[in-house]
Design a protein around this ligand. Structure first.
Ligand code: SF4
Ligand code: SF4
Length: 112
């Protein structure tokens, strides 16, 4: 467990996320939700390249145990700790942070 988890929250840099789903697979509480769709791009090479475009990225902080695994496993450094913006006891619905909210916390700042 990452020691930052005691007082950190999590932010997302959507432009660095490739929708690889590694964080979703490794999250022990299954509280990360990602939706994406394939986009075929012509990079000028021998054949077109298919990439995954991010449609939704959400974290349910009502379930998150702040273990930091998602941050540790992301190969693209698209997740990072930030100062906590969620107050324990908020309405459960408010604990699901969608992509816009997660991205608004980026760039990552060291928790205080
Ligand atoms: S910090 Fe939260 S979202 Fe990330 S892997 Fe752990 S439980 Fe899942
Ligand atoms: S592991 Fe990183 S790049 Fe992969 S889906 Fe999660 S945040 Fe995006």
């Amino acid at each position: 467990m990452n020691s930052d988890s005691a007082h950190g929250s999590i932010a997302l840099n959507p432009s660095d996320c490739t929708s690889c789903m590694l964080c979703v697979k490794e999250c022990p509480d299954k509280c990360i939700h990602i939706e994406s769709h394939p986009v075929v791009t012509d990079t000028g090479g021998a054949r077109p390249v298919t990439i995954s475009a991010l449609d939704r990225f959400a974290i349910d902080f009502g379930l998150c145990i702040y273990c930091g695994i998602c941050i540790d496993v992301c190969p693209f450094d698209a997740l990072a700790w930030v100062a906590r913006s969620t107050v324990p006891g908020q309405e459960r619905q408010g604990l699901i942070h969608e992509m816009d909210q997660l991205a608004s916390d980026w760039p990552a700042q060291e928790p205080t």
